[in-house]
Design a protein around this ligand. Sequence first.
Ligand code: ADP
Ligand code: ZN
Ligand code: ZN
Length: 748
Amino acid sequence: MFLQIALPVPMRTTFDYRPPDGSPPEKTPIPGLRVKVNFNRRELVGIILSVSERSAYDSTKVKFCEEIIDTHPCMSPALLDFCQWAASYYHHPVGEVIFSALPKALREGKSIDVRVEKIRHTSEGKGLPENALKRAKKQNQLHRALLKADKQTLDIDECLALEISKSTIRALKEKGLIESFTETVAEPHTQALHINSINPGDTTPELTLLKETPQQLNPEQSTALKSLRYHQFQCYLLEGITGSGKTEVYLHAIARTLQSNRQALILIPEIGLSPQTLSRFERRFNVPIAVLHSAISDGERSKHWQSARSGKARIIIGTRLASLADIKELGIIVIDEEHDLSYKQQDGFRYSARDISIYRARQCNIPIILGSATPSLESLHNALTGKYTHLQLTHRAANATPPIIELQDLRQQTLYGGLSTQAMQALRTTIDAGDQALIFVNRRGYAPTLLCQHCGWSAKCNACDASMTLHSQPTRLHCHHCDRRRSAPKTCPSCQHPQLHIAGPGTEQTEELLSHAFTDVPVIRIDRDTTQRKNSMQEKLTQIDQLDACLLVGTQMLAKGHHLKKLTLVVVVDADQGILSPDFRGPERMGQLITQVAGRAGREQRQGRVILQSYRPDHPILQTLLKQGYLAFAKQLLTLRSQAQLPPFWFTCLFRAESKRAGNSIEFLQLAAKICQKHLPISPQAHYLGPLPSTIERVNNRYRYILQIKCASRAQLHEALRLALVELEQNALTRRTRWALDVDYLEH
Ligand code: ADP
Ligand code: ZN
Ligand code: ZN
């Protein structure tokens, strides 16, 4: 017997091993069990993908596994299938894909069984009659619950589900009536669950699922909700302006799914930045929620992962990595802000959580909702061609009127910290009315760079082909590409000119200038530098909520779904970014950003106003965005993409290579192009571009080059890649260069 094993190594293949000698019957090898194997004199944990009679290799040389770790699969067959599909779609080593879906403890070969903290009576407590504690109602409830419980023990989660708090437990412990102990239980996956157990076919009444009474839906929301089919695959694009009540539609659809005892998976862009979204789910539903994202500890993540897998957690909410969770009875997937870049992993296994989730919904035969005020051109194209069901919410739910948007021509203006006189006046008016204003600067730091206007010197990073950003407090230069820092010179290092010029504003500079100009109100800066600490975003939002008039200076972080009640004015300092970008997605991103930021203004009863500052106010796509809105703008971009043979009409991939010598990167990509062209020759349907230097050629002293392949047929492109990679991997050049293949890449 031979086992085909996936190992966490960067090779696009599985590895054959024999089962260990004399393994016990409960460890008969089946797919999904983890094994320990010796691989190149290292001990590795792997996972069995299949079992066969024959080996494709010389069977006399196939080694034995050291050990089979599990007695039951650590990954459901559905998830195992899903990972294998994802590995083949992204042409990524299957072992790396599977291991990125597992929590750390399991990757390291630790037992899948969990240790739970439980409580039981002490001998003194056991002797007490049922109502002995009736003067302390909660304590008596716990006492009775313990008497009735299975084996007269309860775990902490069961207590919380009975609304018995930790302080009640503590009180009984202090009285010496109960004690805690830990128990190792077989992984819940294999047990019958006693709370919230899933019996397919049963339903849970809505009342016990909800903690609060939901909003009465408006007609558009009801229409959207009624279009959803719950027991079949369909992709829905829920397009609705900010504040139109998309989240409310998700909440209703999720309630329906929970009622039929299935689980819901919700993906959001970044948890740290969306504390409000998470708390909205917690406020609404009376069910265990698993939260999966990279900012929680490995231990916590394991626990949440287990509860998703066992079916105990009814809602799983998280960032892109949650798209790889093992979920027992998945009934619906929601992807909020589906256009957001953070759904695409930019290193290692470069997957799109949105795209793989669509495949998963198909695999599970369930609905998936993609929600956005500014859908990606990919999703919009699918909706316009009828592949997805297009649902639209056009009004703001809570009766707020959409903001008035004005373009502000910056040509021949004297600017104050990047702001025009009109913008400064608008800020004053807003503050005087007791409202809040947001100044959107898409650059953190004090200034993008330091220049000498005398000789042309500028502060460049020694290790990258990029300017160093000037930061204040303390004053220093910081490279945002390689993280190098150095002190900022006071005079020009090149011509000794006594004065250096601070180029255009970053968030710090705008904050400083505004606090001088508006001494009567607080100025609050929100960017990656001020929100590094855990919960700091939530704290800032709470602070803003409690303030009246104030000025907020922020980066695109503030463009995300935060609800700022008193915000009535948004100023976009530089609306031109994106139009001139070398990235073909630049204009799309610009339109999304402007629309999202504008959506922050005037969300309650007050009229919102948006000022877009631009040096190219007559640019046609900016004009369309402004006069006809995002949908018309996006349709115009789709026409341009179609003419330029770009996604979503054509399909793309990017080979990336980096090495200490530029020549190595170029040589590798030339080889990759040559091999790919054997299977996909250059033709009117298949284009090759490169090797070209990346947007920033040198980062951290490594030279980065790219090769783009574009093809009119996805199937042809993928077949060619599959064949080419087998050959490419045999070549010694692959070991000299750090390289990656990025399928459906988003950024250069
Ligand atoms: P979106 O997700 O599209 O930004 P939300 O669902 O967050 O919109 O709704 C915006 C605001 O409107 C929220 O405060 C929400 O509670 C409120 N809201 C949503 N739907 C309704 C409704 N049907 N009736 C009243 N208020 C609603
Ligand atoms: Zn100089
Ligand atoms: Zn650098």
